[in-house]
Design a protein. Structure first.
Length: 560
């Protein structure tokens, strides 16, 4: 695929590195915020939509009720509507991103009824009145992309029976927003945020006549970016299953829009869908929700079912995802998923987690060992705790994260991870190691996992290995944490050398270890939006000394 063109394209460029596109972006960046910039976006009615695409996103009725009552609960902050609903005092950028993105229109539409529809229309009209001029968050490319899609997908439901004056008013605002997005989508932001802007631009070009000539170049830009971000195994470079699902939903909706317009679906979009759908299955536990890696939440099980059905993919679920850095071990009713990869690239690592070599385990539809999770609406303080190594079922050493965390990404110290896998006669061995503790503390962490062919015996071995055995090392305290799902009943046995775990379905499992003492402590589970639940964790503790420190442990079903 070519990244350049001998002639400037109509509208957007043919590739992210194209000189013409870059010039248009820099010109727009210099002009935004200056007096008169809004006039350059035009004020013409683009005319009726060429087609009315739909989305498989069903929204959340509960949040629809809240918004109908004038309550906006986003990003861990709740705001009651006031005259300054678009810029209230005391809210963070994430709340503003959510409210200006209008994705919550799906919640009001899911709620249904004339009152909910009237409220949605009123909020759109109020936004148009209050946000005609450019502002940093409301007019950023990813927010524009989400808002444009939300308005287009809901246009027929909300405005189909309204008079032409109201429809023209919304269409004119959409045209102005698309005109700005056209200038910045190819370069503003990065990672999944850039995909949000580009997919919104492509949808607008499908639906609004004046932008139809931009469709070929905008589609090529999107395909170039998908090729960069969607890995060969179908994962996304940010390594977050929830982000992967949102990208796939956007692409499945976009493919349906191409079909409804009776246009050929871009090959890059179709190829991305084909690669991504099996990875959505890869990350699902037996209960249908996601494993909690790198900022993911459990997600909406019914929504994931709809997404996979709409993807039209019948590809087999992979057992390993080497490019994405994850492994999946399954035998009998038991499923183990492990984080066998390093952090995402630093420029795409927003809110990534320091969970190197962590794992989750479920039996049938019951989760047993989990990570603490990362509910997106939990607020910044909770998020920072959730991103830390102790919030994961792995080893932490001297209160140090496996990779250095910053406020919204990673620092200079990044764990390098290697992994080897061996499957034999239905059993699986997984050997992983990372060097995230080597520079500050002088140790490597190696974790070996074995799952037997019946799925009744999971064994593990954690080693802390001196980087240079010839050099004396300072003794360091370590903890090996096994966070338990809130539904698991747990108790230490009388001699404190083992623990008994009972799943909701009735199965009993015994946890035992050698080489470290066992404690049972409180924990917290934040796998679902707005739902922090008390839970427990098994903690193996000890101290490194000269040479390797080895801790062995096992999780075995009772009676096996």
């Amino acid at each position: 695929m070519s990244l350049s063109s001998s002639n400037p394209p109509d509208g957007l460029a043919l590739g992210a590195g194209d000189l013409w596109s870059g010039l248009r972006f820099h010109a727009a960046r210099l002009a935004t915020g200056m007096p008169g910039y809004g006039a350059t976006l035009g004020d013409d009615d683009p005319g009726p939509f060429r087609n009315y695409p739909s989305t498989i996103d069903r929204g959340e009725v509960g949040r629809g009720h809240a918004i109908l009552d004038g309550i906006f609960p986003f990003a861990g902050q709740t705001v009651k509507r006031s005259d300054a609903v678009w810029s209230p005092e005391g809210v963070g950028s994430e709340w503003l991103t959510a409210v200006h993105g209008f994705h919550w229109l799906h919640d009001l539409i899911a709620l249904g009824g004339p009152v909910a529809h009237q409220r949605a229309v009123a909020l759109i009209m109020d936004w148009i009145d209050q946000n005609r001029e450019w502002s940093a968050i409301a007019w950023s490319a990813p927010v524009l992309g989400v808002r444009i899609r939300a308005w287009i997908y809901s246009f027929k439901a909300l405005f189909g029976d309204m008079d032409d004056m109201a429809q023209r008013r919304v269409r004119k605002s959409l045209a102005r927003q698309v005109a700005h997005l056209d200038r910045v989508a190819a370069h503003e932001s990065s990672g999944s945020a850039r995909l949000r802007g580009l997919s919104g631009l492509v949808l607008a070009a499908l639906c609004l006549e004046p932008f139809r000539r931009r469709l070929p170049s905008a589609s090529r830009l999107l395909c170039v970016e998908l090729d960069r971000q969607i890995l060969p195994d179908g994962g996304h470079v940010e390594r977050n299953p929830t982000v992967l699902a949102q990208i796939l939903l956007d692409l499945v909706d976009l493919r349906a829009a191409f079909r409804s317009a009776q246009l050929e679906v871009p090959l890059g979009v179709q190829n991305a869908i084909d690669r991504m759908a099996p990875m959505i299955r890869f990350f699902r536990h037996g209960d249908g929700g996601f494993a909690l890696f790198n900022g993911a939440s459990e997600g909406d099980r019914d929504g994931l079912d709809r997404l996979l059905a709409a993807s039209e993919s019948r590809a087999k679920t992979p057992s390993g995802a080497r490019h994405s850095g994850y492994e999946r071990m399954q035998a009998g009713k038991t499923l183990v998923m492990a984080d066998a990869g390093g952090p995402p690239p630093r420029d795409l690592a927003s809110y990534g987690h320091a969970g190197a070599l962590s794992f989750e385990m479920s039996v049938g539809k019951d989760r047993l060992i989990v990570n603490c999770g990362s509910a997106s609406d939990s607020g910044s303080d909770w998020r920072e705790a959730q991103r830390s190594t102790p919030a994961h079922s792995t080893v932490s050493l001297a209160l140090t994260n496996s990779s250095a965390l910053t406020e919204d990404g990673f620092g200079d110290r990044l764990a390098r991870v290697t992994a080897e896998r061996k499957d034999e006669a239905g059993s699986c061995w997984l050997d992983m190691r990372h060097d995230g503790f080597s520079k500050p503390l002088g140790f490597m962490h190696q974790r070996r996992l074995f799952l037997d062919s019946d799925g009744v015996d999971l064994r593990g071995e954690d080693r802390l290995i001196p980087v240079d055995p010839r050099q004396p090392v300072t003794p360091r305290r370590f903890e090996i944490r096994f966070h338990l799902h809130p539904a698991v009943q747990s108790s230490l046995l009388a001699n404190q050398s083992a623990a008994f775990l009972r799943l909701p379905g009735g199965d009993g499992w015994r946890f035992r270890s050698s080489g470290a003492a066992i404690r049972l402590e409180d924990s917290i589970y934040m796998g679902r939006s707005g739902d922090a639940r008390r839970s427990r964790q098994l903690v193996l503790t000890g101290e490194t000394r000269d040479g390797e420190r080895v801790v062995k442990w096992a999780v075995q079903r009772e009676g096996s």
